[in-house]
Design a binder for this molecule. Sequence first.
Ligand code: NI
Length: 171
Amino acid sequence: MALLEIVKYPEPVLHAVGKPVERFDDELKKLVADMFETMYDAKGVGLAAPQVNVSQRLFVMDVPDEEGKSNKIIAVNPEIIYVEGEQIGDEGCLSFPSIYVPIQRNQRAILRAQDAAGNWFELDGENLAARCVLHETDHCDGIVFLNRMTKLKREMAKRKIKKLQKTGQWE
Ligand code: NI
């Protein structure tokens, strides 16, 4: 396994729609293993392929259950097939280090995706799990969480990023 470099906003790959994954081979399994290692190393709960400079529709996540037990999910070619309700809570992104902003998301989301072997499954998530699948599926569509902020929060986040870029803290 290997740690991958996480690209930061505004790298163009973060704003591109990922290509569907067609081959469920060893290369995909290696990418998934490296993405998990990279995500855990960065202390994230989700990581999408575009964030490691791979413009494909795939993400990994691990939102622990109430007892803190690990819950590894590999979602290839993800689609959100059902949403309901609303939640507002602080959200972060490994491609936007130190930016945490309250964002409105659905309270519940059902994800349909393939595992690393190509088998389709559905995941019915609430609260943080719903927030995470919505955030990561957005990445596969070239949408970053800036796009989900209110205009005011977005302007504040952009100003903070500019400052960090100027002082060399956004490399
Ligand atoms: Ni993200």
